[in-house]
Design a protein around this ligand. Structure first.
Ligand SMILES: C[S@@+](CC[C@H](N)C(=O)[O-])C[C@H]1O[C@@H](n2cnc3c(N)ncnc32)[C@H](O)[C@@H]1O
Length: 239
């Protein structure tokens, strides 16, 4: 695993430590609390990447690697680089790689706001439920644009607060009454699931995110509501 630049202490180091603490129960809770919708959302996002053999793909905020693994299952012959500041999350990703050659499944510890890669090296990028954790959203999106090749494509999955009103009422109550207490009980970390609930409620709307993605240099920015707006899929290109 490539280690992070020791001079870079991002404000999200704290967040990375939190993900390290909950890493053991992360996958279980992800599937349980989303009623397995996360698997469908990931497959949909990966399909929209239009992958081809030989593509070099960045999975930013890769966590335990489910997006990268979905991409490998979808298209043979791609190479993925999984970037995340949380060591324990990446170790779990490593343990799930199975028969994928290590050279095609590289793990790098680092932060989106300062990606340790040269300009225009990736054909594709993906970020699933990661941008909410960036300490500087604009800087993270700018750097994703920088490392993407011209003609490249990216997908971002995230919870956004602009859900249909009746879905918002159900979702908010589900988060407060089921997700936060169950997450706290199973992971043993009350703060982590309070953080999840708080950041999901207070994050940017999909409209604001589309503007920001255009401002940092992406073109053909599309947003698609998933599961009646519980999550949003953004598809971007760099021209
Ligand atoms: C909710 S998890 C999502 C993990 C994975 N993408 C998934 O879909 O399951 C968010 C991940 O973002 C990582 N993260 C936090 N701050 C980050 C940053 N500044 N840059 C990149 N990743 C970050 C966390 O360590 C964590 O693994």
């Amino acid at each position: 695993m490539r280690e992070p630049d020791p001079t870079h202490r991002s404000p999200s180091s704290e967040v990375a430590r939190m993900f390290d603490r909950i890493s053991r129960t992360y996958d279980l809770l992800n599937h349980l609390l989303s009623l397995s919708s996360d698997r469908r959302w990931r497959r949909l996002a990966v399909r929209r990447l239009l992958l081809a053999p030989g593509h070099m793909v960045l999975d930013c905020g890769a966590g335990t690697g489910d997006m990268a693994l979905t991409a490998h299952r979808h298209t043979e012959g791609i190479s993925t680089v999984l970037l995340d500041p949380a060591h324990a999350m990446l170790s779990l990703a490593d343990s799930k790689a199975g028969i994928i050659e290590p050279a095609r499944f590289r793990l790098v510890r680092g932060y989106a706001e300062r990606l340790p890669f040269a300009d225009a090296v990736f054909d594709r990028f993906m970020v699933a439920f990661g941008i909410r954790n960036f300490s500087d959203l604009r800087a993270g999106l700018c750097d994703l644009c920088r490392v993407l090749k011209t003609g490249g494509r990216g997908v971002i999955l995230e919870f956004t607060p602009d859900r249909a009103p009746f879905i918002d009422a159900i979702f908010t109550s589900y988060m407060r009454r089921i997700m936060a207490p169950l997450g706290a009980a199973i992971s043993g970390d009350r703060d982590a699931y309070r953080y999840l609930s708080r950041t999901v409620q207070n994050f940017a709307t999909s409209g604001d995110l589309v503007h920001l993605l255009e401002e940092v240099g992406f073109r053909h920015v599309e947003s698609h509501r998933l599961s009646l707006g519980v999550a949003t899929l953004f598809v971007v290109e760099k021209r």
